[in-house]
Ligand binder design. Structure first.
Ligand SMILES: O=C(O)CCC(=O)C(=O)O
Length: 275
């Protein structure tokens, strides 16, 4: 099956986004929810943290970022603890209410924040292999979602996120991707997974187009990844994880991220309430 470029139309009734999220396991908001000045503040706050300048006097929880490394995918986590502007943008009413409406949630708390830095010039080391976030966070059983805000307008050329729709649903939980370290490339792995399936069970690979100020959201069990960035510039995407009032935890569940989330859930500074 040939991958196709795909952009969801945002319906004027927000309920359509809720249905899309429930049935596809992701939702793309391809319109300016955050304004030009809010995006500038979010981007500048992120670049400040990457440069080691923390307006909230706190370093990130995790970072493998090295400014001289233009060849591999890098990430920094826990940015809302470091920068005032980042924290304030994540409280923006328009953003928070849109996320809540997509999830059908009444209350939201931030569990984690991250910046994903992808090198340009089509470097294959910039690829993010197919994975389910939930596989690394088995201690969250229910009530979690991931929001991905590209800091540059993004599409299939500059390393956008790609989803395999419907793969969050229990009866569609095939195919399981190979472990990240064993995948050759997202295209090869996609064809390997799909060829195991009957034609009617195969799913499209969906690269998302998002303008500046828009975002995408995915369920913890939705398979996703991202391809190379062919632009001559580095690609930056800000992401954050929220938990809702439906949160259910399993303290014995596998913790592949080891950032102390279970311990911090009731800490209003580390996991602030945004709705
Ligand atoms: O930024 C990327 O390319 C990958 C991000 C990702 O895997 C995620 O937000 O869960």
């Amino acid at each position: 099956m040939k991958p196709t470029s795909y952009t969801f139309q945002t319906d004027s009734t927000l309920n359509a986004e809720y249905i899309q999220y429930q049935t596809q396991g992701f939702c793309v908001v391809d319109e300016e929810v955050l304004s030009h000045s809010e995006m500038t503040r979010l981007a500048n706050g992120t670049y400040r943290v990457m440069a080691g300048n923390y307006t909230l006097d706190h370093p990130p929880k995790f970072s493998n970022y090295q400014p001289e490394n233009f060849q591999s995918f890098q990430q920094v986590k826990g940015l809302h603890l470091c920068d005032e502007d980042i924290l304030s943008i994540l409280h923006e009413d328009k953003l928070v209410r849109r996320i809540a409406s997509i999830l059908g949630a009444n209350s939201l708390r931030i569990l984690e924040t991250a910046i994903f830095i992808k090198p340009g010039f089509g470097d294959p080391n910039g690829e993010i292999p197919w994975h389910r976030d939930g596989d690394y966070m088995k201690y969250i059983v229910e009530g979690m979602a991931h929001i991905w805000i590209p800091l540059e307008p993004i599409n299939a050329i500059n390393g956008t996120l790609q989803y395999l729709p419907g793969t969050h649903l229990q009866h569609r939980r095939i195919p399981q991707p190979l472990p990240i370290s064993e995948q050759d490339s997202i295209h090869e792995e996609y064809y390997r997974m799909m060829e195991k399936l009957e034609e009617s069970d195969r799913v499209e690979m969906v690269p998302v187009d998002i303008p500046w100020g828009g975002f995408s959201m995915h369920h913890g069990d939705t398979i996703h990844g991202s391809g190379p960035n062919y632009a001559p510039t580095t690609r930056h995407a800000f992401a954050f994880t929220v938990v809702t009032e439906d949160l259910k935890v399993d303290p014995q569940g596998f913790d592949g991220v080891q950032l102390g989330h279970l311990h911090d859930l009731d800490d209003p500074i580390i996991c602030p309430k945004i709705l």
